[in-house]
Write a protein that binds this ligand. Structure first.
Ligand code: XMP
Ligand code: MG
Length: 184
């Protein structure tokens, strides 16, 4: 029988419908808040690519779109707070109103560093929109301006989020069966 990703999911956390409703709600708030400000909306790849595509299509005020790729050093071992920018924003951010779009706020270390770097470059304002947040894991305080859902400390996949680069294309968010990690 052909491999089906859905067989690896233990529990669906957020259905397509729940995600769509939340994204529409966030898009409406962002539209209101950024009217006539031509925000620069920046997605931190790769995990946020699905959220970014859906969210920006729910934003009804003119905006610019850009992408960043960053990698944190010492992930899982020690958090130095050092973040390497692998792919940078391609337009000047001086005086711009930035909206950073993330998939999930975990320790917050990456975002904290990133927001400081971008502020130092002369952005007029920086706000954060994250689909998910795991409060139990936060190590540094990063203010979230637009939040989708808070989740417990469980590893989630789908809607852009991966496990070993798989499951990003799952249309909903769920948690994996332990057998996928080599458990029972
Ligand atoms: P920080 O710096 O906040 O980094 O610790 C957050 C990044 O950690 C990854 N992450 C996850 N990815 N499912 C995932 O697919 C999860 O449950 C999860 N928790 C953390 C993710 O890359 C995020 O951007
Ligand atoms: Mg990510």
């Amino acid at each position: 029988m052909a491999f089906d990703m859905r067989d690896d999911i233990k529990e669906v956390y957020f259905t397509e419908q729940q995600l769509a409703e939340k994204v529409a709600e966030l898009g409406a708030r962002i539209t209101e808040d950024y009217r006539d400000r031509n925000p620069l909306i920046v997605s931190v790849l790769k995990g946020s690519y699905v959220f970014m595509a859906d969210l920006t299509r729910r934003i009804q005020t003119p905006c610019n779109i850009d992408f960043m790729v960053v990698s944190s050093y010492g992930k899982g071992t020690k958090t130095s707070g050092e973040v390497q920018i692998i792919k940078d924003i391609e337009q000047p951010i001086d005086g711009r109103d930035l909206l950073i779009v993330e998939d999930i706020l975990d320790s917050g270390v990456t975002l904290n560093y990133l927001m400081q770097v971008l502020m130092a470059r002369g952005a007029n304002s920086i706000r954060l929109c994250t689909l998910l947040s795991k409060p139990a894991r936060h190590k540094v305080h990063v203010p979230i301006d637009y939040l989708g859902f808070e989740i417990p400390d469980e590893f989630v996949v789908g809607y852009g989020l991966d496990y070993a680069e798989k499951y990003r294309n799952l249309p909903y968010i769920g948690i994996l069966k332990p057998s996928v990690y080599g458990g029972e």
